[in-house]
Design a binder for this molecule. Structure first.
Ligand code: NOJ
Length: 758
């Protein structure tokens, strides 16, 4: 035993020393290369351009393309984005490596947000699985595909905490909670980067958008943010810190101004916190054109000043503003900024290239055989299906309408998204083949189990491409299909309606002031309900929608997000009960837009009301015309079975700051089928130097139980779980009383208490 331990220690020491010498080695190489570079070449490394050729045919190299091509040859480009596919990457890399003086290889970045060609569920959906291993695996599979297409850098994960579903980019994050968000951030970084960046199937990850972008006022994308130090440290920064701790190679800053300073120039965030306090060794890329946008923010009068503010503020690479390439040299030569800033940025960028092994072999990501074999392979498709099933959340299931019977039911499939093979791919599916998702209709037909009839009811409209994506939208004036859908519903035993948002209705620039079903879908739902009450509503969306009417009138509701390539299969398995739903919401579902921002870990206020209930009085913190509570709370999700929870057993009702106590709870499957449950633990710090949320997620475990089986789940509680950024401006656990809640969602009332002593 001792010998085993000793051997393990020697091995760890060996790995540690090898890593130290490996990284010293890299540092030496970086210094050597840096010493050979001219100022112009150094600045070139800090410049990132968007793809500029279409390699599908002979292209005239003229205009902007000619300029970029010449700059590549002069070593004035450090990275490209949106150049993908081995052939394309190879050609651009070849110019950088073989035609420029120093032959420094390029980084090739792309938004691999939830898959490359094969789409896994949108990140918000994946977060609803709460399955950290599955999420890591999903990122790993995305890296396999992306790296096979020649890419070595993804602009993911987006780790912005978001509590306002008007903001379209909630689809891209992990929801409203910093504890879960941090675990998911780390998982995604591990998945993309693996444990060795120099392998040809791992890629650099990028934690974005640093910081506060999820807090845009009124949920309007790109808008201003005002975030207190308390919220910044306790809510917004933790997932970024987790990503940094997990070794994420890069950060991207954000479009918003935070407390008056555009993030792109925020020295406090980028230099003091990220590179200072957290000792981050990677580099920071600006967001698209965000250096230039500081002029529109009213922060920089001209391009020169924008460049100066950005570099002083800690932005190392300029995405698509061309400001660094045009302005930095003059700024250094006139003594307005020190060369040290440039050297520091270039060191960071070169280091990333060494870590990726690009100096050993700049073409290591380029292997067309691998590209052919990996993309869309069985392993990738199976992985996408697995996480898609785990991401689905059962919101309501009155009288066990679900699962469907395996045969003999006459089913009408109705809705604009039933047969849609694009929407399930979701936003950020740039590399996916158009129409490559399995639709609900297709998958249900494959089962050949029931008598199916399909009616669209409300049509999708094909719109002109927006230059990037082919757009569809949901009809809001053509009632032409409604009557025949009603007829079909009348005749069916069960109606499955697939409604929601089309794929590009959420995402960047897609904020919404209304959170209802777009177009005529609500009208369709109500018309169908008049003739058939047995409706299963499948909601596809990139964000929480308002489902009040459905919750009151429809017996079964399934939240199916945008689940990616395997969407239809995953939904069908759920509907038929081949997979028992286990997803839990990671954003509270609102009752009204007016509740935004809405999140479970709110503060009590001085007038909370008794249990938040209406006391018949006016002067407490509430709305006159809406409840305070969400329609479905954070952590909520049903199963086809039932779980009973015991009371909490605490190993002690007090602890000191160097002690650990244990909270136990027994969960029993009292239903008739096997099920998976996410057991959640929340803690409330009753009194503190700064007010604390009424409860915060501090642990969770996924268990699987056969009918009648019980499992006792144990949570460990130590000081680290009780720490917060206090009024003393530091992370600390303050002695005092704590409540602990354990249960099936954030609304659980199974409760115990303990004291933290001095
Ligand atoms: C702008 C987005 O905000 C960012 O997330 C993305 O990575 C870049 N565009 C590049 O596409």
């Amino acid at each position: 035993m001792f010998e085993k331990l000793y051997r393990k220690r020697v091995l760890i020491l060996f790995i540690f020393l090898t890593n130290v010498s490996y990284s010293q080695n890299i540092d030496e190489k970086v210094e050597k290369l840096l010493s050979q570079m001219t100022l112009t070449e150094k600045i070139g490394q800090m410049n990132q351009y968007n793809g500029f050729w279409n390699f599908t045919g002979p292209q005239p190299i003229s205009g902007d393309s000619k300029k970029k091509y010449d700059q590549l040859k002069k070593g004035l480009v450090g990275s490209m984005l949106n150049v993908r596919g081995t052939e394309n990457v190879k050609e651009v890399q070849r110019i950088a490596v073989e035609e420029s003086r120093l032959g420094i290889p390029l980084l090739f970045g792309f938004d691999v947000i939830h898959g490359y060609k094969t789409q896994s569920p949108i990140p918000l959906a994946e977060s609803a699985s709460w399955d950290i291993k599955a999420i890591e695996r999903s990122a790993r599979l995305a890296a396999l595909e992306a790296s096979a297409a020649g890419l070595n850098w993804t602009f993911a994960p987006m780790v912005d905490i978001s509590r306002d579903s008007r903001w379209g980019r909630v689809m891209e994050g992990a929801g409203e909670d910093p504890f879960l968000g941090s675990m998911i951030a780390s998982a995604r970084v591990r998945g993309f980067q693996g444990n060795d960046l120099s392998k040809s199937n791992t890629i650099l990850a990028c934690a974005k958008h640093f910081a506060g972008y999820g807090y845009v006022e009124a949920g309007r994308d790109y808008n201003t943010t005002e975030i207190s130090l308390n919220t910044l440290h306790n809510v917004v920064l933790p997932p970024f810190k987790a990503a940094a701790n997990s070794g994420v190679g890069t950060f991207m800053n954000s479009f918003n101004d935070l407390n008056g300073i555009p993030s792109t120039a925020d020295k406090f965030l980028q230099r003091d916190i990220l590179k200072g306090l957290w000792e981050f060794k990677g580099f920071v890329v600006s967001d698209w054109g965000s250096i230039r946008e500081m002029m529109d923010h009213g922060f920089a009068p001209d391009r020169t000043e924008a460049g100066k503010l950005a570099i002083l503020g800690g932005s190392d690479m300029d995405m698509e503003s061309s400001i660094y390439i045009e302005e930095l040299e003059g700024l250094v030569n006139s003594g307005k900024i020190s060369i040290d800033y440039i050297d520091d940025a270039v060191r960071r960028i070169l280091r990333a290239k060494y870590l990726l092994g690009l100096f050993d072999d700049p073409y290591r990501y380029i292997d067309s055989d691998r590209e052919e074999k990996i993309i869309g392979s069985k392993e990738i498709l199976e992985g996408a299906l697995d996480i898609a099933k785990k991401s689905i959340v059962l919101l309501k299931n009155e009288n066990n309408l679900l699962p469907l019977k395996k045969q003999g039911q006459k089913i009408a499939l109705i809705g604009p998204l039933v047969a849609d093979k694009n929407s399930p791919l979701g936003n950020w599916s740039i590399a996916a083949d158009k129409g490559s998702a399995i639709s609900v209709l297709e998958a249900m037909r494959k089962y050949k189990r029931n008598d199916l009839i399909y009616k669209q009811g409300v049509r999708l409209i094909n719109k002109v491409p927006d230059g990037f994506h082919e757009q569809v939208s949901i009809n809001n004036d053509d009632r032409g299909g409604i009557e025949e859908a009603v007829m079909a519903a009348k005749d069916a035993e069960i109606v499955i309606m697939v409604l929601g948002e089309y794929g590009y209705q959420s995402g960047e620039g897609r904020s919404r002031a209304k959170l209802n079903f777009p177009g005529l879908q609500q009208e369709l739902l109500e018309r169908i309900r008049e003739v058939n009450k047995n409706i299963v509503l499948v909601v596809m969306s990139g964000r929480p929608l308002i489902l009040n009417w459905a919750d009151e009138n429809i017996p079964a509701i399934v939240q199916a997000w945008h689940l990616g390539t395997q969407s239809g299969h995953a939904i069908s398995e759920i509907l038929y009960g081949d997979y028992n739903p286990s997803g839990k919401l990671t954003m509270s579902f609102p009752r009204s837009v007016g509740q935004m921002p809405l999140y479970y870990s709110r503060k009590s206020t001085g007038r909370p009301g008794a249990d938040g209930e209406d006391q018949g009085s006016v002067f407490w913190s509430h709305y006159q015309d809406e409840k305070n509570t969400p329609l479905y709370p954070f952590g909520y999700g049903l199963s086809y079975t039932k779980f009973d929870y015991s009371q909490i057993k605490l190993s002690s009702s007090k602890m000191s700051s160097d002690e650990t106590i244990y909270a136990e709870i027994t969960v029993t499957n009292t239903g008739r089928v096997k099920g998976r449950e996410v057991v959640q633990m929340y803690i409330h710090d009753r009194y503190a130097s700064a007010t604390r949320p009424i409860r915060e997620l501090k642990g969770f475990q996924i268990i699987e139980l056969d009918p009648d089986e019980s499992i006792t789940v144990t949570f460990e509680i130590d000081k680290s779980l009780l720490e917060f950024f206090s009024a003393n401006n530091r992370w600390e656990a303050e002695p005092g009383d704590f409540d602990i809640y354990i249960g099936t969602n954030s609304d659980t009332d199974i409760k115990a208490g303990f004291v933290l002593n001095d």
